[in-house]
Write a protein that binds this ligand. Structure first.
Ligand SMILES: Cc1cc2nc3c(=O)[nH]c(=O)nc-3n(C[C@H](O)[C@H](O)[C@H](O)COP(=O)(O)O)c2cc1C
Length: 208
């Protein structure tokens, strides 16, 4: 699994920065390839096409999830490239969990109505440095991801023609397009991948 953690914080080297490092380490220990990136509201997010899973979250300041993450979801091309991606979400905050699940997580999730959310979690200041809390979030992400991928792989059939089409594109792009086609077939309830579906998936999912 290739995962990227997209996050924001106003406190350089603060609790969220440290938490993201620990989250990345815990995820890497499961065998995943992990990168992290701090959100900017107007950045170009086309690079997320290279990842299987996008984990995103931020701290809450004055009742609002930190602004560069929400800004990126509203203003940039992040939402376009998130289309059909598997995501996980988190917030770091001081409020009690029920309030955070009700008030803060929806500020992110409202932008992810078409995404498969693998796991969502609220991290209190104590949880942020608690390995068990982090590992349990990582386990939830990895388990749901593996289940989704194995269901997808067992239910999709590739036609000879589609395999031929894939073999004609540069080898370093083949895996990316295969995954894109399988995800598109899964989302649209199709069990057979044809050349036509490959091209539609590429157009719909924004591949280069
Ligand atoms: C200025 C400020 C405002 C905050 N406002 C809230 C809030 O409205 N609700 C909440 O649950 N937590 C609030 N918190 C707690 C933070 O969300 C929490 O401590 C978080 O872990 C801080 O992350 P950071 O260290 O990366 O800045 C606030 C913290 C600060 C410093």
């Amino acid at each position: 699994m290739k995962a990227i953690i997209l996050y924001d914080t106003r406190s350089e080297g603060g609790s969220t920065d440290r938490f993201v490092d620990n989250l990345g380490k815990s995820l890497a220990e499961t065998g995943a390839y992990v990168e992290k990136g701090k959100c900017k509201a107007n950045a170009d997010y086309s690079f997320i096409l290279d990842f299987d899973v996008v984990i995103m979250g931020a701290p809450v300041y004055y009742l609002a999830v930190s602004s560069e993450l929400i800004g990126a979801l509203i203003q940039s091309n992040l939402k376009k490239y998130l289309k059909r991606k598997k995501v996980a979400v988190f917030v770091t905050c001081g409020s009690p969990e029920p309030m955070a699940y009700m008030l803060y997580l929806p500020q992110i999730k409202i932008h992810l109505l078409r995404n498969k959310i693998l796991a969502e979690r609220v991290f209190s200041p104590q949880d942020l440095s608690d390995d068990k809390a982090i590992d349990s979030y990582v386990d939830a992400i990895v388990e749901t991801y593996n289940r989704t991928v194995s269901i997808r792989k067992s239910s999709v059939i590739w036609t000879e023609e589609a395999l031929e089409t894939i073999s004609n594109i540069p080898s370093f792009l083949q895996e990316k397009f295969k995954r894109m086609a399988e995800e598109y077939a899964e989302e649209t309830g199709q069990h057979q991948i044809t050349s036509e579906l490959l091209f539609t998936a590429k157009d719909e999912m924004g591949g280069t």
